[in-house]
Design a binder for this molecule. Structure first.
Ligand code: HBI
Ligand code: FE
Length: 288
């Protein structure tokens, strides 16, 4: 996620903005089978776990289990709904390239897919994480605006040296966010919906904290890239998430310079606590 290991120049065959052709015809049967297996594992269990906008998006884009979707097909509908596009990239792209795409309503998606022995874990975002995980939410007009605002904010954060703070916002919302709904807590984060184990853990396990989303709080909170999150942040609505992102971040960054990070897994007196986790999962792991 920090992009530090990403090469600075696009690889041969990629355009200056790092995009490549999806090459949909080049996927083999095994590739399509992996998509279908993952789709079937997730789509059913998410029915009462993912938020409505995600489930609606999954239907609207018809990302069913028929194999890896052709981006051209998705894009026709996505463009109509929110003006977004999915573009294929070789893998992680540099931060500035990533933000530039988002600001222009293009979501960079890996085109490769994991192998059957990597169904549960992989390091780089593949087409299943990127398309199944991220793209359904982009059919929601409010979330679509949030992602574009994030891209614009990313470009400003880069120029002001505050990318580390803004990246935490992405992580705790776009990747691992939960939402309050009348039916209870629901998932909207792409890193969760694309993971079978975390889709259960984040909502049902007594271990993690579930705290009210607060923009400053989130930007002070580091995250785990290699394991379940010890803390999930819960937004009251997509509208409030968007509103938070539309303010001027410059005074916030100035204040952050005088504030310490809040250690991962800690709860403070200022937090709105929905569920104070027992933290048994991470304590057991650290003890090993
Ligand atoms: N590139 N393809 C891709 N996907 C990402 O999620 C991504 C990236 N490059 C940079 C990046 N994310 C992060 O550094 C930012 O979200 C902060
Ligand atoms: Fe992601």
């Amino acid at each position: 996620m920090d992009g530090s290991s990403t090469p600075l120049k696009p690889p041969p065959g990629a355009a200056a903005d790092w995009t490549i052709d999806q090459g949909w015809r080049n996927y083999c049967d095994q590739d399509h089978q992996v998509w279908t297996t993952l789709y079937e594992r997730q789509a059913g269990m998410l029915q009462n776990r993912a938020c409505e906008p995600f489930l609606r998006g999954l239907d609207a884009l018809d990302l069913h289990g028929d194999g890896i979707p052709d981006f051209a097909r998705i894009n026709a509908e996505l463009e109509r709904l929110t003006g977004w596009q999915v573009v294929a990239v070789p893998g992680l792209v540099p931060d500035d390239v990533f933000f530039e795409h988002l600001a222009h309503r293009r979501f960079p998606a890996g085109r490769f897919i994991r192998t059957p022995d990597q169904l549960d874990y992989l390091q780089e975002p593949d087409v299943f994480h990127d398309v199944f995980g991220h793209v359904p939410m982009l059919t929601d007009p409010v979330f679509a605006d949030y992602m574009a605002a994030y891209g614009r904010g990313g470009m400003r954060a880069l120029s002001k040296g505050h990318l580390a703070h803004l990246a935490r916002l992405y992580w705790h919302t776009v990747e691992f966010g939960l939402m309050k709904t009348d039916a209870g807590l629901r998932i909207y984060g792409a890193g969760i919906v694309s993971s079978r184990a975390e889709s259960v853990f984040c909502l049902d396990d007594p271990s993690p904290h579930r705290l009210d989303f607060d923009l400053m709080r989130v930007m002070r909170t580091p995250y785990r890239i290699d394991d379940f999150q010890p803390t999930y942040f819960v937004i009251p609505s997509l509208e409030e998430l968007l509103a938070a992102s539309l303010q001027d971040f410059e005074p916030l960054y100035a204040r952050l310079e005088g504030l310490e990070d809040i250690p991962i897994g800690e709860v403070t007196g200022d937090d709105g606590v929905i569920h104070r986790g027992a933290q048994t999962y991470h304590e057991a792991r650290n003890a090993i």
